[in-house]
Design a protein around this ligand. Structure first.
Ligand SMILES: [Fe+2]
Length: 250
């Protein structure tokens, strides 16, 4: 388990168990061997460094796309969050899971910004985590759940790609995981996250054009198909176990 996961899961567990005001260096992570350049932190929300080089997922995802996606797009969500937090320090008083799960509790003047930027921060942090070069294959409980709930790997991949292709405009295609381990394919628009309606994402793919346009242009279907070569199944197995233990945060 990565430092990101350990810290994040601990944070999430604390937030769930105590619903306490736990100060967080959000998604802080130990430096990677070859991380992408990240801007200096300017607030409580932190861009997690990649745990692999930006060219590690080539040819499926090119280095330039990774640099811009992580270092510009995700960094912008973090910067926006830190701007909101300057005048709304209560944003960091509870875990991301609790904030996203209770967006209606926020004042109207920040609700939209938090939904988009904290959702984007959570989505992208998950996204970097569940990818890796040479990510292996699904096995054990995850594979059994894919077989049981999603009709096996071939049907799962076809259905996931089809759902990602149908998502109009920008958004995400997720596999959600219930506390009992049951899986489902679901999409969300923009930077919405299943945590916003009490669910958890086991994994997901970003179908915003910024995720693929440099290399694939309008060929989203080709990106969706190639993306499977980047999936980190060991990390997904960790997330599956965490979901069943009730400790999966983002
Ligand atoms: Fe993205």
């Amino acid at each position: 388990m990565s430092a990101l996961s350990r810290r994040h899961l601990v944070t999430m567990a604390a937030g769930i168990a105590a619903a306490a005001a736990v100060p967080r260096a959000v998604f802080a992570q130990a430096p990677a061997a070859a991380p992408a350049a990240a801007p200096a932190a300017a607030g409580p929300f932190v861009l997690p460094p990649l745990t692999y080089p930006t060219n590690a997922l080539e040819p499926h995802i090119d280095a330039k796309t990774m640099e811009i996606h992580h270092g510009k797009h995700h960094a912008a969500y973090v910067a926006n969050l830190n701007n909101v937090a300057k005048t709304n320090p209560q944003l960091t008083d509870s875990a991301i899971l609790n904030v996203l799960g209770n967006l209606n509790a926020l004042n109207d003047d920040i609700k939209f910004a938090v939904r988009n930027n904290l959702g984007g921060h959570a989505n992208h942090t998950m996204f970097w985590e569940i990818m890796a070069p040479n990510g292996g294959k699904p096995e054990g409980e995850v594979l059994a759940a894919i077989d049981k709930d999603l009709g096996g790997m071939e049907k799962f991949q076809n259905d996931f790609n089809a759902a990602g292709g149908r998502q109009f405009g920008s958004g995400w295609v997720f596999v959600t995981v219930a506390k009992d381990g049951k899986l489902a394919i679901e999409t969300r628009p923009n930077q919405d996250n299943p945590m916003m309606d009490g669910k958890r994402a086991l994994m997901g793919n970003d179908v915003w054009e910024h995720a693929y346009y440099l290399n694939y242009q309008n060929r989203r279907a080709d990106y969706l198909k190639a993306w499977w070569n980047t999936v980190n199944w060991a990390k997904i197995a960790e997330r599956y176990a965490a979901a069943k233990a009730g400790t999966l945060g983002a």
